[in-house]
Design a binder for this molecule. Sequence first.
Ligand code: HEM
Length: 431
Amino acid sequence: MSFPWAKEYTPANGFTKFLDEKLPLPRLVYNAVGAGYPVPRNLSYFWNFGVLAGFFLVLQIVTGIILAMHYAANAQVAFATTEHIMRNVNWGWLMRYAHANGASFFFIVVYLHIFRGFYYSSYKAPREMIWLLGVTIFLLMMATAFMGYVLPWGQMSFWGAKVITGLFGAIPLVGEPIQIWLLGGYAPDNAALNRFFSLHFLLPFVIAGCVILHIWALHIPGSSNPTGVEIKSESDTLPFHPYYTVKDGFGLGVALILFMTMVFFLPNALGHPDNYIEANPLSTPAHIVPEWYFWPFYAILRAFTVDFLFIPAKLLGVIAMFGSILLWFILPWLDRSPVRSGHYRPLFRKFFWFGLIPAMIVLFICGGAPAEEPYVMLSQLATAYYFLHFLVILPIVGQIEKPEPLPYSITEAVLGSDKKAVLGENASPAV
Ligand code: HEM
């Protein structure tokens, strides 16, 4: 949103004046992430994760391009070229460890970004489009990460690809032809490896395109904030630069310290040791697990153990797994509470902290554990709660809950009083 008090860009010298007339890029940056973009003054560190996600996306693209220079997508040599990168290529080990751990960090910050959205209902009007684009980005991230994990052609790469593409086989009638079409054969081999490499290279750029749309959509209403109360006057805002460039810079510093600790001291902690064994179609690993960031959804997939009427259990699992993310697309219309922030929603808050979060933790643990008791039963309970939470509890809580009193404005929430905003010309009663 452009506010009347937003600072106007003024070119500092002849060159920027020339640029401003011909291609006003500096003006765009100034208005997008500079002093020309007024942002709520009360953003907490939970508002850092979008920028961090952007950083890890760029890191993945840069390290990925370098890895692609030395990698060969051929089932005969893929495993060997990966080892070649680790041992012979200058700094190859760093590029590979940064890329593998970068994927994990990308997911960590995006999960925090999404759960920030759940708690503060960032998906609500007028930010539905930002959210819808975010869910699309998340689906693309999952596809990209899945295909990337196949490339080193280790045991988990191969068997992970076999299990996941095998899911499509559960679709009645067309399932098997789809599976063969996806793989380019009956099992993962050269054809699959080649198309996965090609798509794994392409999709991050599609994600980058979606991120541009995401940020563009964000700039229409502007950021929400921990109170969920919209900006009413100038005193509610600060210019993005220097306030949030510094705050985001600090967050980035902390994230980099954690990231480098993993890359340099625990580079394989988040991976699976079986992926250091070359793919062998004749030897099934005892325990096939995807990467940790898929565990909650993998648990939902495996929670269905009996057929229901004419629907086989496997198909139910596939529908539930995809459905568990696809339902986020309708979240803005499921949660009808007029109040955004969880801070002012006592009942919602209870279900969030004592329902959704524990259910996600249980799903996470069960997804990484073997498909045996008590994990199967626990994942069934957590899956049931997960769907109940979004499809039943959220809509009902939105109707029956009595929210706590909201501050009049962001300034009041920060300073305890807001004379200026109450009297200000731009004051409006919007929540
Ligand atoms: C590559 C991945 C992503 C990038 C680079 C990214 C980037 C950003 C940035 C820079 C912001 C503004 C700062 C902030 O609020 O943290 C933002 C806001 C937002 N993002 Fe993302 N995002 C990504 C993924 C997602 C996903 C997966 C979702 C949801 C499923 C999502 C939903 C939102 C929402 C709702 C906002 C507005 C939040 C508010 O103002 O309260 N984003 N994003």
